[in-house]
Design a protein around this ligand. Structure first.
Ligand SMILES: C[S@@+](CC[C@H](N)C(=O)[O-])C[C@H]1O[C@@H](n2cnc3c(N)ncnc32)[C@H](O)[C@@H]1O
Length: 297
């Protein structure tokens, strides 16, 4: 039809624009970005732009693909443009109040699952809480992997929580997912087997050092925690002290320069057994805390 162009040609042209724009960015992935954006604009699977190069693309779809690429050129991350992100093998829908889940955060899920499997607890009705649940990435992944567990997802943002509920439904775990809108542990009572959190941990003083895709496109509430970035942990540690079962596990994500400060805070909060562990880039990014009956184990 008039104005239609082959998919391969469209991809080549739009990829060229991204390559040029991101030529100085060592971590940029212009080829992958172009393929995903073009595929989505044309309502095709992610690999179609590589293997269906002769498929004709309508003018309307070309315009949509161009609009996506324009947004990417302005720094908007691909996941924001597509409105979804893959995490632990599951797709999570996003809105403007949810953080784009990061690959390193999957280590929280791995650590919690390893704890459950080592102790052969996977058939128990474990009670899990995710403080700052966002899109639901951590909690929904855990509920998918642990079919008898129940999870409480807390978030201060009602809109983020709405998205977590949609994701819990989409993945078929909504009957075991309990959303709570409020300040971290403020609304919760009782004891938990597993407490997970990837809270906001960036200091307001660091705002200008962030890359544009984070600063401009991730929600403020998901990123910033007071001037020093430690504000959220001041709520989280007393909560863990009070609500983690004696044989339970808590895993918290934090910034790469915060490990020592957090160990000190954990000690002051009377938490006895804790350990920092590294992310995939060997940076200290997580604190694992065991319940207080582990003092001698
Ligand atoms: C870094 S994001 C993490 C989101 C999700 N868990 C993930 O890992 O992708 C932090 C989340 O904490 C929420 N949050 C910030 N302050 C909070 C507070 N005082 N109480 C509860 N949730 C809060 C934000 O709205 C945001 O969804």
């Amino acid at each position: 039809m008039n104005g239609d162009v082959p998919l391969g040609e469209l991809l080549q042209k739009l990829r060229g624009a991204l390559r040029l724009h991101f030529s100085d960015h060592i971590y940029a992935t212009p080829d992958l970005d172009a393929r995903l954006l073009v595929a989505s604009a044309c309502k095709l699977n992610d690999y179609a732009p590589l293997i269906e190069r002769d498929r004709l693309i309508s003018k309307e779809q070309q315009e949509k693909a161009r609009a996506y690429i324009e947004r990417r050129l302005k720094g908007e991350p691909v996941a924001r443009i597509l409105g979804e992100k893959e995490f632990f093998g599951y797709t999570f829908k996003l809105n403007e109040e949810t953080l784009v889940p990061r690959p390193e955060t999957e280590m929280i899920v791995e650590e919690a699952l390893s704890y459950v499997h080592k102790r052969e607890l996977s058939n128990k009705m474990l009670q899990i809480v995710d403080l700052g649940v966002g899109s639901g990435a951590i909690l929904v992944s855990l509920l998918k992997e642990l079919p008898r567990a129940v999870g409480f997802g807390v978030d201060i943002s009602f809109k983020a929580l709405e998205m977590a509920v949609i994701n819990a439904k989409y993945h078929g775990v909504d009957e075991r997912f309990f959303p709570i809108c409020g300040n971290f542990g403020g609304a919760l009572t009782g004891l938990f087997d597993i407490i997970v959190s990837n809270p906001p941990y960036i200091g307001l003083s660091e705002k200008d050092n962030l890359s544009i895709d984070v600063r401009e496109f991730d929600p403020f509430k998901a990123l910033f925690a007071g001037y020093d970035g430690l504000k959220a942990y001041r709520d989280l540690f007393p909560f863990i002290r009070k609500h983690l079962k004696a044989d339970g596990l808590a895993v918290l994500e934090h910034g790469k320069d915060q490990a020592i400060a957090l160990q000190k805070m954990a000690k002051s909060a009377d938490l006895c057994v804790f350990e920092t562990f590294l992310d995939m880039a060997d940076l200290p990014r997580f604190l694992k805390i065991l319940g207080n009956d582990r003092i001698n184990s």
